[in-house]
Design a protein around this ligand. Structure first.
Ligand SMILES: Nc1ncnc2c1ncn2[C@@H]1O[C@H](COP(=O)(O)OP(=O)(O)OP(=O)(O)O)[C@@H](O)[C@H]1O
Length: 256
């Protein structure tokens, strides 16, 4: 069996009287696309925020690449090997597409972000390589020709792909995509699906929150379903789709 890349045991998070995450456990293996689904307010974003250090969990243990992992400050999370995209795109709007990806790459550079700001000699030596790699990643996600354009001028779908390129630039062990298809039209979704498939084939491991159930079922190797913070099902898409609790959660009147 392939190697376990990411393992979560018993992750919990409470906000006041609301148990947003309750004892959630999952295991993601190398080369898998792992889906996290559930109705609105189920706890998906909270889970992402916990594993990427934006929220401190109340409980749970985490392993990344076979080592104990404590989600901490965001830049440490990237260094540890988790890169993410956001439901609401978070790019540097006034920077070019290329520069946005270069920023992601600096996580792995010896001179770091401070070196980039101060433009130290070691930074300049690294910059050409970083620039080249950033261009390769833009080409890889299919927006190479927009490298010199400001991020804010790119179409919505292309901005989402730019976020993915920036995440890939950190060479993550796990890439976490938060609703990558949100706001995309049918054609853009087809292209996105091909891209995620390619990223997986190239050996990356992906955790995906997605509302588009068809996309999830077509792409994911395994799926966890959350409802009111609880894990109501885990398994292959075929198994999960048949699960009574899942059908109830999606059709139940309590949501939406
Ligand atoms: N910072 C916070 N403070 C208080 N409550 C929060 C906070 N973040 C999330 N919640 C609550 O936790 C619950 C889970 O929210 P979360 O955003 O994780 O759900 P979700 O599954 O991502 O939903 P959606 O599909 O709508 O994005 C919700 O009831 C939400 O209101």
């Amino acid at each position: 069996m392939s190697q376990e890349v990411f393992k979560v045991q018993g992750a919990s998070k409470r906000f006041g009287g609301l148990q947003a995450l309750s004892d959630v456990s999952l295991s993601i293996h190398e080369g898998q696309v792992y889906g996290l689904i559930g109705p609105n307010g189920a706890g998906k974003t909270t889970f992402f925020n916990v594993i990427t250090g934006l929220y401190t969990p109340d409980g749970g243990s985490f392993m990344l690449g076979g080592e104990a992992y404590t989600p901490q400050a965001v830049h440490q999370v990237a260094k540890a090997g988790i890169a993410r995209t956001f439901q609401n795109i978070r790019l540097f709007a006034e920077m070019t597409a290329l520069e946005n990806v270069m920023v992601g790459r600096h996580v792995r550079s010896a001179s770091g972000l401070l070196g980039a700001v101060l433009r130290t000699p070691s930074f300049k030596a690294e910059e050409a390589a970083i620039r080249q790699r950033a261009q390769e990643l833009l080409d890889y996600v299919g927006i190479g020709k927009y490298a010199p354009y400001k991020a804010r001028t790119l179409s919505y779908g292309d901005q989402r792909r730019l976020e993915i390129a920036r995440a890939l630039a950190t060479d993550p062990k796990l890439i976490a995509l938060d609703e990558p298809a949100a706001g995309m039209n049918a054609t853009e979704k087809v292209v996105l699906r091909e891209l995620i498939d390619r990223i997986r084939k190239d050996g990356r491991t992906i955790l995906l929150i997605e509302h588009d159930v068809k996309l999830v079922m077509g792409l994911c190797d395994r799926v966890t379903v959350l409802d009111y913070g609880k894990q109501i099902a885990e398994g292959t898409p075929a198994e999960v789709q048949k699960n009574e609790k899942v059908i109830e959660a999606y059709l139940g009147a309590g949501h939406h």
